[in-house]
Design a protein around this ligand. Structure first.
Ligand code: GMT
Length: 379
């Protein structure tokens, strides 16, 4: 099939997932056309089946806000016409679904029927999408999608709750390439981070308010009073300066390391004993799944779709949002009991295997197959 993928090219979960999906589809012989304003960060390989089309947004003195959505729709039309796409798969509703709708309508005038599939990822619904500034367009473009998928049952249910959706939303969970994470940890790396054999806790996110990174720091502060430990903060974003200050104020400057954005996140997760995700909301929590694939149990909140991924009492623990004490007690329950920690590590890895790329990508292929025209190249 010839598939157009539209996503945000950044480190955010939706962009990572879309890029990994495109790479996997290309490996299976499909032609994959990424349409974004920048080369996606995870698109770091050469594959003859992958094409990248940059959306250029010319500036003009009249524009306070250059019209990205118009440029995106026009690029989609161009790629559909010049590369004979069979379908478009857009990740994150805003503004990708409405741009896809516009592109679909434009090519329809030339007798082309291009289905578009919208995958909802989280904040496109729960935070940004439901804002009344965007809601009418989001509702319309979701309803106009030929198929809609959500990355968890929770996100599907939230979408029905917030918007007037008159179509089925199918759940296709996010995935992880377990083979990438299932490696031996690098000993030397462990020694550099924790020279005295301290326990290592990790957190990865885009440091936005929704992640409640202050809670990560507070949980760690409590853990650190009971057991020698280090905290690795992976990623970057608006809350980082505040949280760096907080680490200093708590006297944890030497125990916390800010690693910034990391492409080889698996190496860090592999040396970590626990992963912390204290978010206000996560539709899924791809970062938690990646941790589990690296045999790292997760202490998370029970918000959104997290309990669908992090099985309480098995792969880690879930606690109410903001409940620092419970989260730190759970963390210590594992960190102070090697046998229990090992059990949880095994369960975490087994859970990650259920979300392996080999199990989820065929679900997308099956979905695409429903819309594939008779003359569509099957592979
Ligand atoms: O986590 C973020 O803030 C980034 C955001 C995105 O769209 O890039 O992530 C959302 O999509 C991810 C991939 O499906 C999910 O794993 C995240 O849980 C979800 N984030 C939220 O719901 C806050």
């Amino acid at each position: 099939m010839r598939i157009g993928i539209v996503c945000y090219p950044t480190f955010g979960g939706s962009g990572v997932l879309a890029t990994e999906l495109g790479k996997a589809l290309a490996d299976k012989g499909h032609s994959v056309h990424f349409i974004t304003y920048q080369q996606p960060v995870r698109l770091n390989i050469f594959n003859a089946n992958i094409y990248y089309h940059e959306v250029r947004v010319p500036t003009y003195p009249l524009f306070d806000y250059p019209p990205y959505e118009v440029a995106l729709a026009s690029t989609m039309v161009d790629v559909i016409n010049n590369h004979g796409l069979d379908l478009l798969h857009v990740h994150y509703a805003i503004p990708h679904a409405s741009a896809a709708y516009m592109a679909k309508k434009i090519v329809e005038k030339n007798g082309l029927n291009i289905p578009f599939i919208t995958t909802l990822h989280g904040t496109d619904i729960t935070l940004v999408g439901k804002d009344k500034t965007y809601a009418p367009v989001v509702t319309f473009s979701i309803n106009e999608s030929d198929a809609i998928t959500a990355v968890s049952k929770n996100l599907r249910d939230e979408t029905y709750r917030f918007f007037n959706i008159n179509k089925e939303i199918e759940v296709i969970y996010n995935f992880v390439d377990v083979s990438r994470f299932n490696k031996k940890p690098i000993d030397a790396f462990h020694k550099v981070i924790a020279p005295k054999g301290e326990k290592i806790l990790a957190h990865a996110s885009n440091f936005r308010k929704v992640k409640r990174v202050q809670d990560v720091m507070q949980v760690f502060a409590k853990v650190n009073t009971k057991t020698p430990s280090k905290l690795l903060m992976i990623g970057d974003g608006p809350e980082r300066p505040t949280i760096e200050e907080m680490a200093k104020d708590l006297g944890l400057h030497d125990e916390v390391r800010f690693l910034g954005k990391q492409e080889q996140i698996e190496e860090i997760l592999l040396v970590s004993d626990l992963f912390l995700l204290t978010s206000d909301y996560e539709s899924f929590g791809l970062a938690a799944l990646e941790a589990m694939a690296a045999h790292t149990p997760v202490i998370s909140t029970n918000a959104g779709g997290l309990p669908e991924i992090n099985i309480h009492g098995k792969t880690g623990f879930c606690a109410p949002v903001g409940d620092i004490k419970t989260m730190s007690d759970y963390a210590l329950e594992l960190l102070l009991n090697d046998e229990k920690l090992k059990q949880f590590q095994d369960h975490a890895f087994a859970q990650a295997q259920r979300f392996d790329i080999s199990k989820i990508v065929p679900q997308y292929e099956k979905l695409y197959g429903r819309f594939c025209k008779m003359d569509c190249k099957k592979i």
